[in-house]
Ligand binder design. Structure first.
Ligand code: UN1
Length: 485
């Protein structure tokens, strides 16, 4: 029952496993100087991490080997790993809360997504005929430290590659947990190595070596550019880079929108996960005629949000990932306040790295120099006849990740959806929370290379023969759904 589950979650909270992360190379933990790992919730030291050295990278590159098991066997092992992930939910929630500041709701969704990725790619792998590329470097972000970390790895492994996994600097513990489960499920030690990296040195080595046959990366657009340069220098020509990068995501709400639904979807899209999703809503366009009552409803809804301990069931919004991130975002909001553009702001707890959700007035998305990766929503108004200019401004950012639209005029939904450049377009719903299998996730332009993660075309990129494979029976929703039912 729910109560039993909550009791187990609480038990995990009271007895968190001791956290000591090291590189895992060919199954062996590597030594070195340990550094403290701190929690964004209260700055407490929650464990120790030994980051990989250059020598660790040498050893890992020499030891890395493709996974030579038959596709059926790889699939069975990945599905076993999914089962182990699910069984470990208490540990997962505890780690995600203390290390990443994730609320319980976010942690549940994150575990679900990780498990879905494992099963989805496993099912696809069963009918895989194209050979693996060899060894993939997988570099993942801290905002989905389990789901994206596991998703990249699951795809690379399902296709039969070996993996050199570099988790984000701030979230190595949940990554180490996932690697331990994958090894326990039967992934060979040589096919999955963990290289927690501090700064950019380890990542640079792992993306510029001729023994690396592909790179999967999720993170900033700027880092993706650096990776591309590094790969061009060190990897064989044509080595694939699969990148998911930043966004400047907009939503248009016209005067026919259902206010209560639109407000709910805006609050979720802009503030859930403390706005730390690349899919999050950054710039809301509200039609001028309804703007005043609509913004009153919106600020009222914001006031209902509760910030605090990510473990508390009642908490909607936890901390942002680090003190530095909080300071930067808070300084940005202060700047808007000085300019008289701050429309509304909540108050945040003073311990831990919290940012109070804020609403900032802009004239349009062009005012946003770059993505503010936190709970900060910009608002602009438009007149009905200005819709073409609004669309042009959204497209002019060069990003193209998510886009939201609230309107009850079907023709308008159709026309605007076709005109906006974005990988994921959501009408009359929130614009975060892509779903493996049914709503694959990925952007265009500055937002990523494609193909979409959790979609039928993702796995073929990890093999040498994409063209043949994409035309065969790749997507097998029935099999996937049977597994996840
Ligand atoms: C990201 O924020 O890096 O649609 C990806 C979503 C997620 C993907 C976000 N599943 O919110």
């Amino acid at each position: 029952s729910d109560i039993t589950q909550l009791a187990r979650i609480n038990a995990a909270r009271l007895r968190p496993a001791p956290i000591a992360v090291t590189p895992i190379i060919d199954g062996t933990p590597s030594g070195g100087e340990a550094q403290p790992l701190t929690s964004p919730s209260d700055a407490a030291v929650i464990g120790q991490v030994t980051f990989a050295s250059s020598r660790d990278v040498d050893t890992a590159l020499a030891a890395a080997a493709p996974w030579s098991a038959a596709p059926q066997d790889r699939a069975a092992i990945l599905i076993r790993a999914a089962d182990l992930f699910e069984a470990g939910f208490g540990e997962v929630f505890a780690l995600l809360a203390v290390e990443a500041g994730k609320t319980l709701a976010d942690a549940v969704a994150e575990l679900r997504e990780a498990v879905d990725f494992l099963r989805y790619y496993a099912v696809q792998a069963r009918s895989l005929t194209a050979p693996a590329r060899g060894v993939f470097t997988c570099i993942s972000p801290w905002n989905f430290p389990l789901a994206i970390f596991s998703g990249q790895i699951a795809a690379a492994l399902a296709a039969g590659n070996g993996v050199l996994a570099k988790p984000a600097e701030t979230t190595p513990a949940i990554a180490a947990w996932a690697v331990a489960k994958l090894h326990e499920a039967g992934v060979p030690r040589s096919a999955l190595q963990l290289l927690p990296g501090l700064g950019s040195v380890i990542g640079a080595r792992l993306t510029s070596d001729a023994r690396v046959n592909g790179v999967a990366f999720t993170g900033s657009t700027a880092t993706a550019r650096r990776i591309q340069t590094a790969m061009a220098k060190g990897c064989a020509p044509g080595t694939p880079l699969i990148a998911e990068t930043g966004g400047l995501n907009a939503m248009i709400v016209d005067s026919t929108a259902l206010p209560e639904q639109a407000i709910r979807d805006i609050v979720v899209s802009a503030f859930q996960s403390a706005g730390q999703r690349c899919s999050a809503l950054r710039c809301l366009y509200v039609q001028e005629d309804i703007a005043q009552p609509f913004l009153t409803l919106l600020t009222g809804a914001m006031d209902e949000l509760s910030l605090g301990d990510p473990w508390a069931i009642a908490t909607d919004i936890g901390p942002v990932i680090t003190r530095e991130a909080a300071d930067q975002i808070n300084a940005y909001v202060e700047g808007a306040a000085k300019d008289g553009r701050l429309l509304h702001r909540l108050t945040a707890p003073t311990t831990g790295s919290f940012v109070a959700p804020a609403l900032i007035r802009v004239s349009g998305i062009g005012d946003l120099a770059q993505e503010v990766f936190g709970p900060v929503l910009h608002v602009a108004t438009f007149k009905a006849r200005e819709i073409p200019q609004v669309i042009a401004a959204i497209n002019a950012t060069g990003y193209g990740l998510t886009f939201g639209l609230h309107s009850r005029i079907d023709d308008r939904v159709q026309t605007i959806s076709e005109a906006v450049h974005a990988g994921n377009i959501y009408a009359n719903r929130n614009q975060i929370g892509a779903i493996v299998g049914s709503q694959p996730f990925g952007g265009e332009g500055l937002s990523g290379t494609g193909p979409k993660a959790g979609g039928p075309l993702y796995l073929p990129r990890f093999t040498v023969s994409q063209a043949d494979e994409t035309t065969s029976a790749w997507d097998q929703p029935a099999q996937f759904e049977a597994l996840t039912a």
